[in-house]
Write a protein that binds this ligand. Sequence first.
Ligand SMILES: [Zn+2]
Ligand SMILES: [Zn+2]
Length: 161
Amino acid sequence: MSHAVYGMMNLNVVKFLNNSGKRFPVNLRLSAEETASLSEDVRFLEDIVVSGKAFAQLGTLYFDTQIKTVIERPCRRCLAPVHTQVDLKEVFEVSIPAGVDILGLSPQIVGFILASLDPHPLCRPDCRGLCPVCGVNLNEHPDHTCRDADEEHRKLRDFLP
Ligand SMILES: [Zn+2]
Ligand SMILES: [Zn+2]
């Protein structure tokens, strides 16, 4: 018998509440199309898949899950797309409001994914970025030089930590 619940990361909590302390499998999936509105900073290239177990106790659900997806963000230096494989193990708890049968977990799950990401994604460790004067991609044009690159301008454009 499958306990899988699919769609918008909504978990039916009735069986958890009716069987306090008993672990049930959790299998949630959010399609890549459904993730479009979740974050302005990242693009999800694959479905978000959450698998694991959970049990309820005194109005709280305790999760032990694996979260997987693939995301794309622009390189902080040259804006080229950077793909990141997300594979997280997350143990967390969510309180169940009284009278609620369906719990939406998207905010939690997406929060874990975003928190796990390097805030300074680079297409490669030695990315040369864009010319601070004219914007030419210096990875593609390593010999490029603009006359007198303004030093202040360069600092403003430098996203290095
Ligand atoms: Zn880059
Ligand atoms: Zn230039």
